[in-house]
Design a protein around this ligand. Structure first.
Ligand code: MV4
Length: 506
């Protein structure tokens, strides 16, 4: 190992993000005694990250393009307030090559991927080529881009149907088409090319054998400046809808110990092959019938679901990102890392649990779950208006247990404890999933929501809808009689307490 060249601790970091992840980064900075700078859009004046940071500056109108994606403006703020580093969180600018470069040019440390790593992994074909050279398992398919229909037909004859056509510049599920028989190839091939061109200004597509009903298993990796590259085990993220994850857990209920070793080793090989630095995630699809896994993409950022890894492995990933960016060697060795117990995360979203439509609006009552082995990363508070402009996720509940069952029991308990009124949320969807036999036995796949919760059965949620109506009615009644301050009602509703007392008297 080289002699570590460690720079002194930052005195100030700018957080180029909003919501719960901005708060997550602020917390890590506080613990390291680093001052924090928040930036906010016009829609986010009352957002919690603005209150919690040491300083906060407006960066533009509500639409992301004019604020959280406006990196010249963000860098202008960083310069003016003398921030030495920028943390991008996830989404927004976290994997933006121009931002990563612009930071470097301005002498501001970007606590995220290097431009060359974004380059290598941002283009899916480039990533696949690199992985092929590194001997990381890939789904059989076209060796590189497919340019003509004739070429496409040849590839499909060779690998057999069903196939999936993917735009090379796509990712996270955009620009993909499944084709089940030869007659559907032409239209899907053309559609995929023009989707690539329209959305990503790149019509390059490639073809793979379509793996039916896979699981999504990803591996957290971390690299430092001294050639150390470790994995922090897997996360199972198969419970998703339209490529938005809903529940994640670790360890994966579908991996045996030898398989876990194999997939984690493949992830380290993948990251090592590009000399990866910092936190990253290697995404695989896993066929639970054949027990085969295949590399899909690499995400060169901190992920939403990072807390389940933090709980089970015992590492603060954000602190580690900050320290590694200063030139510290990793604070742990691979041999010291073990999975202890089980963690589950539920993403709580301001959305209709039946239609999945966003449900922005003013939060009235909000009381977060608490108690043993429960972590809540949230930016919700009573009186806060959830804006329509951004991601509907307002909170993450993370629970830990000695066993999967204990973590799940704690999650059910936490979901029951969570009081959230004024807006619709998917809390009831989470409760229903946790009771589902396919969740209980861990056999769920990426098709789980589509197969079980897509045919809308409003009766499934009736019980809770009624409950929500009652609570809202109670709050409104009290507000009208007493005062307008919703903060007061962050305690059990009076009508309920009084009702109970009356019952006892009778
Ligand atoms: C696949 C696949 C089946 N076969 N590729 C979706 C997003 C991108 N990361 C890759 N994706 C898929 N690629 C082959 N050859 C199925 C998916 C897929 C999926 C992957 C991970 C998590 C959720 C998913 C939901 C649907 C499809």
């Amino acid at each position: 190992m080289l002699t570590p060249d460690i720079r002194p601790m930052y005195s100030k970091i700018l957080i180029a993000n909003r919501g719960e992840i901005a708060i997550r980064v602020i917390r890590a900075c506080r613990e390291l005694n680093i001052k924090t700078v928040a930036v906010f859009s016009e829609a986010d004046r009352d957002s919690l990250h603005v209150f919690l940071a040491d300083e906060a500056y407006p960066i533009g109108p509500a639409p992301s393009k004019e604020s959280y994606l406006n990196y010249p403006k963000i860098l202008e703020v960083a310069k003016a307030c003398k921030a030495e580093a920028v943390h991008p969180g996830y989404g927004f600018l976290s994997e933006n090559i121009h931002f990563s470069k612009a930071c470097a040019e301005m002498g501001i440390t970007f606590i995220g991927p290097k431009p060359e790593h974004i380059q290598a992994m941002g283009d899916k074909l480039s990533a696949k080529n690199l992985m092929k050279k590194a001997n990381v398992p890939l789904v059989p398919g076209s060796d590189g881009p497919v340019e003509t229909l004739e070429q496409a037909q040849k590839v499909c004859q060779l690998i057999g149907y069903p196939v999936i056509i993917k735009a090379s510049a796509g990712g996270g599920g955009k620009g993909m088409r499944v084709v089940t028989e030869p007659s559907g190839l032409e239209s899907s091939f053309r559609a995929c090319q023009s989707e690539g061109l329209n959305y990503f200004a790149d019509s390059t597509v490639y073809i793979e054998k379509f793996v039916t009903d896979p699981k999504h298993i990803e591996v957290q990796v971390f690299g430092d400046l001294y050639g150390n590259l470790v994995h922090l085990f897997e996360r199972e993220c198969s419970i998703q809808r339209r490529h938005q994850k809903i529940i994640e857990e670790t360890p994966s209920p579908s991996l045996t110990e030898p398989l876990r070793q194999k997939i984690c080793k493949a992830a380290v090989t993948a990251a090592q092959s590009i000399n990866y630095l910092g936190a990253g995630t290697i995404e695989f699809i896993f066929d639970s019938n054949t027990k085969e896994f295949y590399f899909m993409e690499m995400n060169t950022r901190l992920q939403v679901e990072h807390p389940i890894t933090e709980y089970v492995v015992g590492v603060d990933l954000v602190k580690e990102q900050i320290l590694v960016s200063l030139g510290h060697p990793l604070s742990f060795k691979q041999s010291e890392l073990k999975q202890k117990g089980h963690a589950i995360e539920c993403r709580v979203c301001a959305e209709d649990p039946v239609t999945y439509q966003p449900s922005p609006g003013v939060i009235r009552a909000c009381r977060h779950p608490q108690g043993p082995f429960v972590r809540v990363d949230s930016y919700a508070y009573p009186g806060y208006e959830v804006p329509i402009y951004y991601d509907p996720m307002i909170a993450k509940i993370i629970t830990w247990g000695e066993t999967r069952q204990e973590a799940a029991d704690r999650m059910e308990r936490s979901l029951t404890e969570f009081v959230l009124t004024g807006i619709k949320s998917n809390i009831i969807l989470h409760k229903t999933i946790l009771k589902h036999p396919k969740f209980l036995d861990g056999s769920y796949t990426t098709q789980f929501i589509e197969k079980n919760f897509e045919i809308i059965e409003p009766d499934l949620f009736k019980e809770v809808d009624d409950h929500v109506f009652l609570i809202i009615a109670g709050i409104h009644a009290l507000n009208d009689r007493k005062n307008k301050d919703v903060r007061q009602h962050n305690i059990p509703a009076n009508w309920k307490r009084i009702g109970r007392r009356m019952q006892l008297r009778i």
